[in-house]
Design a protein around this ligand. Structure first.
Ligand SMILES: Nc1ncnc2c1ncn2[C@@H]1O[C@H](COP(=O)(O)OP(=O)(O)OP(=O)(O)O)[C@@H](O)[C@H]1O
Length: 230
């Protein structure tokens, strides 16, 4: 279980999260919902200690991690699939994947699940990451995160900007990572239909705070219209 209690988070003097309290139950997907710019990415970055400063308590399986540096949070089992994927285009696909293991300080090897999930990546390990399509780069970002041997995956809009025919593949992989590997996933998602299908619980973010949170079947169309319609 990953939880935030009364967390504030700052970029310089600008406060982006206000009194954020939310829990991601172990082995479940938590959908993080809300309009653009409300603080969803900041919530993920705060969990990893990537904003300038934060206050409040962040705990993983009952252990407080809020005071720890980012690399120790990675070693504690939290991996990040950032918005925009952040592939290094000149590095090979192999090296992009192995970078994830480097973050966690573990052995540098490609995780066993990667050939099964992403055969295309395995067949092209020596090619540069930059030749991949958006969807393939998203697969690579997920493979890189898995190399960290995570218990918790933070995923930021993983299907954004991806060709429609690949979106479904990525969605199925997210569900498999949760159902088959038991990963706890915090998923920033604009697609409410997919969030309802994949997630066990949700948090609706507005102005940097959780305005609604609960089991996913309590996510009403009214809440979606109120907090997500443009
Ligand atoms: N590096 C930064 N420095 C200063 N302010 C930032 C920085 N990153 C984000 N912000 C501000 O923090 C607030 C929350 O942004 P954030 O990116 O977390 O929102 P979001 O809900 O993830 O939006 P989107 O859906 O567009 O990614 C915004 O007001 C944004 O301008």
């Amino acid at each position: 279980m990953l939880s935030l209690s009364n967390v504030d988070s700052f970029y310089g003097r600008s406060q982006a999260l206000h009194d954020m309290t939310v829990t991601a139950p172990k082995g479940e997907i938590l959908a993080i919902l809300g309009r653009n710019g409300v603080g969803k990415t900041t919530l993920l970055r705060t969990i990893l200690g990537l904003t300038d400063r934060s206050e409040g308590v962040i705990s993983l399986d009952g252990e407080e991690i809020s005071a720890r540096p980012t690399h120790e949070r990675a070693r504690a089992g939290i991996a990040y699939v950032p918005q925009g994927r952040m592939i290094i285009p000149d590095f090979t696909i192999r090296d992009n994947i192995l970078m994830g293991g480097f973050a966690a300080g573990g052995p540098r090897r490609i995780p066993d699940i990667v050939p099964e999930l992403f055969p295309y990546l395995m067949d092209n390990l020596d090619r540069p990451g930059g030749v991949l399509s958006g969807g393939q780069q998203q697969q690579l970002a997920i493979a890189r995160a898995l190399a960290c041997k995570p218990a918790v995956l933070l995923m930021d809009e993983p299907t954004e900007g991806i060709q429609p025919n690949i979106v479904e593949q990525i969605e199925e992989i997210i569900i498999r990572l949760n159902r088959e590997l038991g990963l706890t996933i915090l998923l920033v998602e604009q697609n409410v239909t997919f969030a309802r299908r994949a997630a066990g619980s949700f948090v609706m973010v507005e102005h940097g705070t959780a305005v609604e949170t609960g089991r996913i079947d309590l996510l009403s169309d009214d809440m979606v219209a109120k907090h997500m319609a443009i």
